[in-house]
Design a protein around this ligand. Sequence first.
Ligand code: OAD
Length: 235
Amino acid sequence: MTLSSMIRSSKYVVVLTGAGMDTDSNIPDFRGKEGWWRNIDPRTVATIDSFHHNYSLFHQFYSMRLRMLDGITPHKGHYVLSELESKGLIKSIVTQNVAGLHKMAGSRKVYELHGNIRSIRCNSCNHTAAVENFLKKEHCKHCGNKALRPGVVLFGEMLPSDTWEAALKEVEKSDLLIVIGTSLEVYPVNQLPMMTKGKTVLINKQARGSEGLFDVIILGKAREVLEALDNSLAE
Ligand code: OAD
């Protein structure tokens, strides 16, 4: 059965994306061949502990990631997903990605489980700030603490509970879950494919070991597979 026919014969299709969805927009992933965690130990820059005890390295890492997003735009695959939502063929997107490309491409029902990197806030008083304030290492204008951070989930922190619960409900309701570009190494998101009673499809650049979880595996790049899907739905 092809992906397009699976989508056509399903009533509630939910998509789960990871960093591999965004690499075709030139945002590196984490565990792929050129991923962040190949060169940097996440414990030193992406934990709540590193925020408290090694702010300078933490700040350097997230500043680099924020600067890399300048001029970055969604690719055709993001737009295909957004059009599928408009046509009622998919219901929502659950994502681990923090660059906001699904929303930028026009997708409306998006659950950003790991937050958004441009939503800067004070870790002490939660007051919001601009990306510029963070990049300049400024103190919070509201409480004065030097505690600005991007609104992403760090290792050692809980996922935002409202978003998690809403996303979980979507997955539980789904009769088809399409998982795109994730290594499924990070808890609790890696539990989601087991939470649907429906069919499961994995789209990934490489085979990676948890394929047994899925009814269908499509080896390929997110962008190309979604472009092909778009063409075949148009036929
Ligand atoms: P990973 O980097 O762990 O996995 C990305 C997967 O996408 C890999 O299996 C790649 O082979 C695959 N991939 C890369 N480019 C692709 C492409 N163009 N098309 C299809 N597949 C492609 O990223 P995530 O699973 O999203 O969390 O990582 C999960 C979490 O770990 C992230 O949200 C981040 C990270 O640490 C935090 O920082 C809390």
